[in-house]
Design a protein around this ligand. Structure first.
Ligand code: RB5
Length: 147
């Protein structure tokens, strides 16, 4: 799978661990930063990943900041992006199966690397269920168009 990943300084350590995990599992990665501990602004990185997913340069996106919240707020401003902050494997499965989420947001200050890896794997492995959920996701698209 093609995955775009990025973090701010508060998510960098976790991003480095998840990059290793994803590469070891054979995924194609676009690491869009940040690359050092200098303080940066999470909206800049959320925007890069949101655009990579929206434009089809990546199948899924992963964003990491201190809590995952700021990244999700920004990513969800972009049409076609359904970003979900997840702190459990169950949430990650539901975000995919019911919401067809295409960006996973994680908080380095909230969860440890082991749990983050489990959440990420569930996010990548779980298919969208479709059916009644397709109708609801279509209503999200309608809301984006102001309908
Ligand atoms: C940075 O200190 C922190 O505010 C940011 O990483 C994130 O948690 C925002 O939602």
């Amino acid at each position: 799978m093609k995955i775009a990943i990025a973090s701010d300084h508060a998510g960098l350590r976790l991003k480095v661990e998840l990059v290793e995990l994803l590469l070891s599992r054979g995924h194609e990665l676009d690491d869009l930063g940040t690359y050092n501990n200098d303080s940066v602004d999470y909206p800049d990185f959320a925007t890069q990943v949101a655009l990579a997913v929206r434009e089809g340069r990546a199948d899924r996106g992963v964003l990491i900041c201190g809590t995952g919240i700021g990244m999700s707020i920004v990513a969800n401003k972009y049409r076609g992006i359904r970003a979900a902050v997840c702190t459990s494997e169950f949430e990650a499965k539901m975000a995919r199966a019911h919401n067809d989420a295409n960006v996973l947001c994680l908080g380095q200050r909230v969860i440890g690397p082991g749990l983050a890896g489990t959440i990420l794997q569930a996010f990548l492995d779980t298919p969208f269920e479709g059916g009644r959920h397709e109708r609801r996701v279509q209503k999200i698209r309608d809301a984006e168009e102001g309908k």
